[in-house]
Design a protein around this ligand. Sequence first.
Ligand code: GLN
Length: 486
Amino acid sequence: MNFHQMSMVQLAGKLQDKSVSSVELTQYFSDRMAKYDGQINGYITQTPELAMAQAQAADARRAAGETGLLLGMPLAHKDIFCTQDIITTCASKMLANFKAPYNATVVEKLNAVGMVTLGKTNMDEFAMGSTTENSAFGVTRNPWDTAAVPGGSSGGGAAVLAAGLAPIATGTDTGGSIRQPAAFCGVTGIKPTYGSVSRYGMIAYASSLDQGGPMGKTAEDCAHLLAAMAGFDERDSTSAEGDRPDYVGSLNAPLTGLKVGLPKEYFGEGLSDEVRAATLATAAELEKLGATLVDVSLPNTAHAVPAYYVIAPAEASSNLSRYDGVRFGHRCDSPKDLNDLYTRSRAEGFGVEVKRRIMVGAYVLSAGYYDAYYLKAQRVRRLIKEDFMQAFESCDVILGPVAPTPAWKLGEKTSDPTAMYLADIYTIPVNLAGLPAIAMPAGFAGALPIGVQLIGNYFSEPRLLNVAHQFQQATDHHTKTPAAWA
Ligand code: GLN
């Protein structure tokens, strides 16, 4: 097996027994990136020189006796995490030349354990989108079918994992942006409980929903990266206090007695036959591993998308007001006056989808409409959370599809934003409730992978990772790689 076909934990074993050095591993991935990324455009920025310097430092640390599992491991960061020495674009023309004066907490933590930054991955502009088509730096292609979308907004991260251009990656999930690209590209990703991973230095889209997390080939890989990413951060006012659970320790626990809930609203109209079949096959496999299946109901599911597309744009319109052409980011040429500076800088710097959301957000927050839209959406949000709490009275985890269909073709939904928004129906409720959920490969529809998700109660990531790991020990969907990249 080649390095790019191995899981991160397998590669860590090679670093630990010194059969490969971090410099060698980093060179291997940097070479593949230089050679192949042109075909998928998964990276906005490649950083081979920084990576080599970090790899040398990691090898020196290992030679001095350090043994950490992540020490010297190459990694791809979503281009939403601020990095001090490399530009951070958030896939926007607005930030095309932006060099942050500091590292995001996530970047700082992963640097500290000795991880190596291969580059910054492509995404939808400001994480707004489901296909990575909204990037100002060109679309990312799905390695399984280069005419298909990789999902989004963390489409670059998912695609580089599938193409073997990184062993592990960071992502963020506001309404599905880790899980849905993971599903479309046949990889694993977990959106942690809101507040688990610091948002400091993670460029804000919708602050009450945004959450960083790992994407990898396996649940086990994700568990190890999450353990290094998570933790209380006093610089993030919404960071959850106290210690994080042990994400790795219970991966091998048996599933005997596990109660898996199947929400009837997640199997209704709009779900494709292939995704339905893969989800039910996953349920049957979990049953074989000792779980019991129970029927549950999440009655407010249909209201989640409309509520999200009020709340997320409202928060975005506020968060994105900081891009004014004055302090940082794109500035228009020779402004006539201050107003001209604001309006032209923003008109030139933001893409169509971002502008659409700023307009919707400003509208729903305006006097006279606030109660009718924003306040009502917050009430729906509460009901969605209560649905989940009710369901968890009769099950430990909820199993459902990630998206109604496998990846669609590039350009297929770009002219119909509503159709695009509706495809987020199974992922968005989780963010509205602030719960953790893991997406994992569960089969194929022709050449395209299908993903399913497991949703858990607050801070139940160890259980989700355990269930996904046991499923992956018993199945081989996650080991498949696209033929063109083998
Ligand atoms: N597709 C959703 C949106 O466009 C979710 C994106 C995300 O999770 N960042 O907002």
